[in-house]
Design a protein around this ligand. Structure first.
Ligand code: NAD
Length: 301
């Protein structure tokens, strides 16, 4: 069965739109997301445009803050501090990658974790690890939500995560191994967590043998057709996070594929995400959910 991230994300967008309308009906302002983009990386421009559009569709206010590529680290830090202190902004993100002369770690660490809707500050990551209320980074949050919406339970299951990045591999492994007390506002957490998680990476020996013991495989490696049919057991659940460009003769010159040999793995899988239309749409919707969550926290304080 296909895990239809596109359809689920539309359902969630409708839910968010309704929540925002309720807030407005109560006389409250709309939640607001600010997106900082430095320089003019074409991929970043597309991602930022999609995020702003998604906000507009659900009634979340947004602001695009474009800064020159040669801005100094100090100046960007000043902008981060300004946004931290701007009460009209509930959450903001600094689109990565940043130009080489700016330290991403320094910038991420300066963001107020209560406004860190990308969930990348050390504070938010630490809070997630400890099971404290936190803003979870968008892709892991989206994966967790997708599993929950299809009522795929993880308790006692062996989950193999391929990839150990800070934005996908590590946080999803952490979320799924946790006791399920870390519930995110607006999502059913009851069946998630409590998994036995194995994290694999580029130095892992005999990846295939490890994958064959998995009930659920989450692949975030950035390597087309890394996961093949001989590496999975019958009935496995496969979540393909990868987004890879493969050149072709189409007018665009390429098409997108994941990290899974979808055609051959799908017949053995009980559930599988397609690329595109699986994890990708869930990632954007998670950013909207995080913005709403950040807004609610503002109301409480
Ligand atoms: P990354 O590119 O930072 O790192 C890749 C990881 O995969 C590394 O930890 C590496 O050790 C591991 N790896 C690479 N080749 C491997 C192999 N042959 N065997 C085992 N492990 C291997 O990771 P990332 O930033 O998490 O991105 C991974 C993929 O997910 C990319 O294709 C990226 O475009 C995609 N991505 C998609 C979304 C989405 O919303 N769908 C979000 C983030 C990333």
């Amino acid at each position: 069965m296909i895990l239809d991230g596109k359809q689920i994300s539309q359902t969630i967008r409708a839910e968010i739109r309704e929540e925002v309308q309720i807030l407005k009906a109560k006389g409250l302002r709309a939640p607001k997301l600010a997106v900082v983009i430095v320089g003019n990386n074409p991929a970043s421009e597309t991602y930022v445009a999609n995020k702003i559009k998604a906000c507009e569709e659900v009634g979340i206010a947004s602001e695009r803050i474009a800064l020159e590529a040669d801005i100094s680290e100090e100046q960007l830090l000043d902008e981060v501090k300004r946004l931290n202190n701007d009460p009209s902004v509930d959450g903001f993100i600094v689109q990565l990658p940043l130009p080489e002369h700016i330290s991403e770690t320094t910038i991420m660490s300066a963001i107020d974790y209560r406004k860190d809707v990308d969930g990348l500050t050390p504070e938010n990551v630490g809070r997630t690890v400890q099971g404290l209320p936190s803003l979870v980074s968008a892709t892991p949050r989206g994966i967790r939500e997708l599993l929950a919406r299809y009522d795929i339970r993880t308790e006692g299951k062996h989950v193999v995560v391929i990839g150990r990045s800070n934005i996908v591999g590590k946080p999803i492994a952490m979320l799924l191994m946790q006791r399920p007390y870390l519930s995110l506002p607006g999502m059913s957490a009851a069946s998630l967590g409590d998994a036995t998680v194995t994290v694999c990476h580029s130095k892992t020996r005999d990846l295939a043998a490890i994958c064959r013991t998995a009930d659920i495989i989450i692949v975030a490696a950035g390597s087309p057709k890394l996961l093949t049919a001989d590496m999975v057991k019958e009935g496995v659940v496969v979540i393909d996070v990868g987004i890879n460009r493969v050149e072709d003769d189409s007018p665009r010159g390429y098409h997108l594929v994941g990290d899974v040999d979808f055609e051959n793995v799908a017949p053995k899988a009980s559930f599988i995400t397609p690329v595109p239309g699986g994890v990708g749409p869930m990632t954007i919707v998670s950013l909207l959910q995080n913005t709403l969550q950040a807004f609610s926290q503002t109301l409480k304080s």
